[in-house]
Design a protein around this ligand. Structure first.
Ligand code: MLT
Length: 222
């Protein structure tokens, strides 16, 4: 059972490091669609249907997959016009949990303004689903939720304190998010894997005016 019901809501799914940042980058570089999978084997089976198989477990590229979970892997001409099957430790699980919502969109700093504009015109209550890490809280997804609250603050009427807390965290972090997050759990995890350059990129606002929307289990851009 959901702590926060998704029915009649517009859900923004966010996994800043790095699933939703990858998805937005992939669409900005011409991917036709992304089908998110919670299950690894279901994702793997899509290779036989001509899909690019993408994703990670515990931050590491899945053996036998075409691509991992770095946004820099989704900037080349090889992905234009292709369909991707994507599975990640937390991001695609969060999308799965959001199913049943009126609308599901993908948010990241890279498309912050595109998400904000969409929410301003949206008629439903909003729920930001922070993917976190294996059911636990992380800072970067909450900071992104706070950035949305900051941008929408004149129009919101929060039904609990979480949005206000997220906004305060964002205000504290915003002048230098890379520095603010340097000791955070996933930054340390990615550093152990030698993945540092993704951090700054994933925290750069408004690189792409792209809004991925989930319909019938498939992400496309509007
Ligand atoms: C996830 O979905 O768990 C993340 O994107 C992990 C990662 O940084 O690869």
């Amino acid at each position: 059972m959901h702590l926060y019901p998704v029915q009649d809501r517009t859900v923004v799914v966010v996994d800043i490091f790095r699933a939703t940042s990858c998805m937005v980058t992939a669409f900005a570089h011409g991917v036709e669609s992304i089908t998110p999978f919670a299950n690894l084997d279901a994702c793997r089976s899509m290779k036989a249907k001509g899909y690019i198989t993408s994703g990670e477990r515990d931050g590491k590229k899945v053996e036998g997959f075409d691509k991992g979970n770095s946004p820099f892997e989704y900037m080349g001409p090889d992905i234009a016009g292709r369909k991707i099957a994507f599975t990640t430790t937390n991001g695609t699980q969060a999308i799965e949990k959001a199913k049943g919502a009126s609308k599901i969109v993908v948010g990241s700093f890279l498309n912050l303004t595109a998400v904000t504009r969409y929410l301003l015109l949206n008629e439903h209550n909003i729920l930001v689903v922070c993917a976190g890490w294996k059911g636990k809280v992380n800072q970067e997804d909450t900071i992104f939720a706070g950035a949305l609250v900051e941008k929408l603050k004149d129009y919101l009427d929060p039904d609990c304190d979480a949005p206000v807390m997220a906004q305060r965290l964002y205000r504290e972090a915003r002048t230098d998010m890379v520095d603010y997050l340097k000791d955070s759990s996933h930054v340390r995890r990615l550093a152990r894997l030698g993945i540092q350059k993704d951090i700054g990129f994933c925290l750069t606002p408004d690189q792409y005016p792209i809004l991925p929307v989930l319909k019938d289990g498939i992400l496309t851009v509007r």
